[in-house]
Design a protein around this ligand. Structure first.
Ligand SMILES: Cc1cc2nc3c(=O)[nH]c(=O)nc-3n(C[C@H](O)[C@H](O)[C@H](O)COP(=O)(O)OP(=O)(O)OC[C@H]3O[C@@H](n4cnc5c(N)ncnc54)[C@H](O)[C@@H]3O)c2cc1C
Length: 383
């Protein structure tokens, strides 16, 4: 029996599994415990889209072939709120892997590396003498809170919740789709902007389809969430009737808290690390989980300071970029202009993919143009 765990991870999604895998990869002798309230395989409402950047993270975790049996998707089609369309080959292919499969594989890989995995719902947490005690029975030197969008640990530690204006909600389902369809589709919608539907073919005769919007916009309709989300999905993708519909919140990165408290490090959705422009979160969950696992075993004296430094180095400029762009993107005209530019210039298309799915930033001159355009649009709207 382990008296004190070196790293205790709460949540076995991509963030938690990455933290546990990295801790064991760097310190094979470390005692690492992974708790999840569910057994795996378990479903998670998601578009199942795994960007090339997510695959880079898998390689860093020593799992380069984890999803190699899934077909790469080479094309991306985007329809802007005003109907401008771009369809192009992505510089590096994306994958679509049902979370029922992906998360279970990650947890299994962690178990195979020596991580102890237990089914356990965490309800309480106390800290004293450089230790964290979970549910009065499990003691750890460092805890990674990777317990998702409604993080119990974040709430217990008094960290601020993601403000509603920075929270989205999305529903996903599965629909039949021919095997040879291999373009991912994102169809944005001016009504209730920002809002979009997606269809991501898996390559097995089905596609993940869904629709997402900001929470305040949904509330402003005054209608039941189910009615709005299911209705808009059916309206936007009429030829792809969806089954297994399931919705979940998306805490977007402009509403992120400090990345931890004391010896508890927040990762993935628990740290509100979802891209506000695309709703992509798996890559950021894998990345932040990996960095949290690293900090927990390599900087046991002050893991939070080390985690904050690593996170800032990896994502600081990107998060600043998406904070600014998310504000500019409140104007659908701005997105129309960006998509129209991307349709004409492949390098802008690639740049948008890097910003929307990876850790990309916008070069300074383009950033200045974006900010000044945003100010002009704002002043114009007010004047
Ligand atoms: C509809 C929808 C579509 C999306 N589409 C995409 C997409 O296509 N691509 C993409 O990259 N991102 C997408 N996202 C975002 C992505 O799903 C998340 O960013 C990602 O799941 C975050 O991973 P995580 O490990 O932080 O959290 P999660 O995957 O939510 O995992 C958290 C885990 O913590 C466990 N847990 C929770 N509370 C406790 C507790 N108290 N005790 C123990 N365990 C607990 C849960 O059981 C769960 O297993 C989408 C989100 C939604 C809602």
């Amino acid at each position: 029996m382990t008296d004190v765990w070196d790293v205790l991870v709460v949540g076995g999604g991509p963030a938690g599994a990455a933290a546990a895998l990295r801790a064991k990869q760097l310190r094979p002798g470390a005692a690492v415990l992974l708790l999840d309230r569910d057994d795996f395989p378990r479903d998670k409402a998601c578009g199942d889209g795994i960007a090339a950047h997510g695959r880079d993270e898998l390689a860093l975790l020593g799992l380069p072939d984890l999803i190699a049996d899934y077909r790469p998707t080479q094309r991306l089609s985007v329809i802007s709120p005003g109907g401008v369309r771009v369809s192009a080959r992505v510089a590096r292919p994306n994958h679509v892997v049902p979370r029922m499969v992906f998360d279970a594989r990650l947890v299994e890989a962690a178990r195979a590396r020596g991580v102890e995995v237990r089914r356990h719902r965490v309800r309480s947490l106390t800290a004293h003498d450089g230790r964290v005690v979970v549910d009065g029975e499990l003691t750890a030197r460092a805890v990674v809170a990777a317990d998702g969008a409604h993080s119990t640990l974040r709430r217990l530690l008094g960290a601020r919740p993601t403000p509603e204006r920075h929270t989205a909600i999305a529903v996903r389902g599965y629909a039949d789709m021919p095997d040879d369809e291999d373009a991912q589709l994102i169809a944005m919608q001016r009504a209730g902007w920002p809002a979009y539907a997606w269809a991501f073919p898996i390559g097995d005769g089905t596609a993940n389809v869904g629709f997402g919007m900001l929470l305040p916009t949904l509330h402003a309709t005054g209608l039941p969430g189910r009615q709005v989300l299911h209705g808009r999905l059916a309206e936007l993708l009429p030829r792809l009737p969806a089954r297994d519909l399931r919705a979940h919140h998306l805490p977007l990165s402009p509403g992120r808290p400090k990345p931890g408290v004391g010896r508890v490090l927040f990762a993935g959705d628990a740290a509100s690390l979802i891209n506000p422009l695309t709703g992509e979160g798996i890559y950021y969950a894998l990345l932040s989980g990996r960095l949290a696992g690293e900090a927990a075993v390599l900087s046991a004296g002050d893991p939070l300071a080390a985690y904050r430094r690593r996170l800032r180095a990896a994502l600081g400029r990107h998060l600043f970029t998406t904070d600014v762009l998310a504000r500019a993107a409140q104007s659908p005209g701005f997105i129309d202009a960006a998509i129209a530019t991307a349709a004409r210039r492949p390098e802008v298309f690639d740049l948008l993919v890097e910003v929307g799915l990876g850790a990309g930033t916008v070069p300074a001159p383009l950033a200045a143009a974006v900010v000044s355009r945003w100010i002009r649009t704002n002043l114009g709207a007010r004047g």
